[in-house]
Design a protein. Structure first.
Length: 174
C-alpha cells in the first residue's frame, strides 16, 4: 500500500493546492484524503488504478470543503491577516502574468478547472481524468477545450488591459 501511495503524494499536494489556493488547507486535505484511502484500502477495486482512486478521494473531499466554505464564508487566520495587510503586489511582469493566470484559473467553473488541472498540471490522461471525476470521456474533452479557451481569452484580456502589445495596430493622427 505504501509503495503505491507514497510516490503520489507530491502530485496530490499540487492538485489540492491548485483547487483550494491555500497551502495549509491543501496539506490538510491531502492528509484527510490519505487517511480515508488507508482506512478504506480494502474497498478499493484491485483492478483499478490507485492513482485515479486517490485523486478521486482528494477531489471529492475538496468539493465538499468548497461547498462548506461557501456556506460558512471566508476564514482568515489572525497570523495571516498581518501579512496580507503589509504585503505588496508584485511589480515584475512575470509575477503579474502569474497572478493573471491564477485569477483566470479561479474564474473557471469548478468542473472546467478540475479537468484543466488534472490534464495540464498533473499529466493525467483523458481516460484517467474521466475515471477520477466519474464523467464520460467526451465530457472531459469538452470541458478541457472550453476551459483552455476561457483561459486564453482571459489572458488576452489581461494583456489588453495593461500596456499595448508590441504588435498593436496604431492609427496615425495628423
Amino acid at each position: 500500500m505504501a509503495r503505491l501511495i507514497e510516490p503520489l503524494i507530491p502530485a496530490l499536494r499540487r492538485y489540492a493546492r491548485a483547487l483550494l489556493r491555500d497551502r495549509g488547507a491543501a496539506d490538510d486535505l491531502v492528509q484527510d484524503g490519505l487517511e480515508r484511502a488507508i482506512g478504506r484500502w480494502h474497498q478499493r477495486r484491485h483492478d483499478g488504478d490507485a492513482r485515479s482512486w486517490l485523486f478521486s478521494i482528494v477531489h471529492n473531499l475538496a468539493v465538499n470543503r468548497m461547498r462548506q466554505s461557501t456556506r460558512r464564508g471566508p476564514h482568515l487566520p489572525l497570523d495571516a491577516a498581518a501579512e496580507a495587510a503589509t504585503g505588496l503586489p508584485p511589480t515584475q511582469e512575470q509575477g503579474l502574468r502569474h497572478r493573471d493566470l491564477l485569477r483566470a484559473l479561479e474564474s473557471l467553473p469548478e468542473e472546467q478547472r478540475s479537468v484543466v488541472l488534472l490534464v495540464s498540471v498533473e499529466d493525467l490522461s483523458y481516460a484517467e481524468v474521466a475515471e477520477t471525476l466519474k464523467i464520460p470521456l467526451g465530457t472531459v474533452m469538452s470541458r478541457l477545450s472550453r476551459g483552455r479557451e476561457r483561459l486564453r481569452q482571459a489572458m488576452e484580456g489581461a494583456e489588453a488591459a495593461g500596456m499595448p502589445h508590441p504588435q498593436s495596430h496604431l492609427r496615425r493622427v495628423k
